[in-house]
Write a protein that binds this ligand. Structure first.
Ligand code: ZN
Length: 194
């Protein structure tokens, strides 16, 4: 059976949804205030294995995906670390734990509209050609380190509490806008959870 999200080509994994779109709130326990994913490590491994398979055939349509914890310090695995060569959609994606984009090079546009980062959002030693983040909700820290912004970057960041935003060693070659808003827009993001 096919995932119930319109246009999603993947088969059902849980609750009429594929492994990418299914809610993962029962994949972890809270231990000492942190998310502990050990009870579902197999599921997490399966998620990343299938995601890397998509990446390897140039499928970068990740809209509405709900990401579990990252297994490594990078969205990509070290074996298939290479460039994103066409547009990437992470619109309405939800990152349930720290998101780590180390050494990722986006050669085309990346969309982060309405993406929600529950943990930290870390970008290190990579590059963006164009990045469009119309409404980006941050709940954890945002660290941008040693990144190159080549053409156009537009971040409208909504923060839901006091968070740390660090930008170290970034190189801006053309247009870069970064706006921060307090969270009266919270309700927008509530519609993104599925
Ligand atoms: Zn799906």
């Amino acid at each position: 059976m096919k995932c119930h999200i319109p246009d999603c080509p993947d088969t059902v994994y849980e609750n009429d949804l594929c492994i990418f779109h299914c809610p993962k709130d029962d994949w972890f326990d809270i231990v000492d205030g942190k998310k502990d994913w050990s009870k579902s490590q197999d599921k997490v491994d399966q998620f990343w294995k299938l995601l890397h398979l998509k990446f390897s055939v140039g499928d970068y349509a990740y809209a509405g995906y709900i990401f579990p914890k990252f297994n490594t310090d990078c969205f990509l695995s070290s074996e298939n670390l290479k460039d994103f060569t066409s547009p990437v959609s992470l619109n309405r994606a939800i990152f349930l734990d720290d998101a780590l984009f180390n050494a990722c090079h986006f050669k085309e546009i990346v969309f982060f509209d309405l993406a929600k980062f529950i943990g930290g959002f870390n970008l290190d030693s990579g590059s963006f050609n164009r990045v469009e983040a119309g409404y980006l909700l941050l709940n954890g820290s945002f660290n941008i380190k040693n990144m190159i912004f080549e053409e156009k970057a537009s971040f409208n960041v909504f923060i839901s509490n006091k968070i740390k935003i660090d930008m170290i060693g970034i190189k801006i070659l053309k247009d870069f806008t970064f706006s921060i808003f307090d969270s009266p827009m919270q309700e927008i993001f509530d519609h993104t959870s599925q």
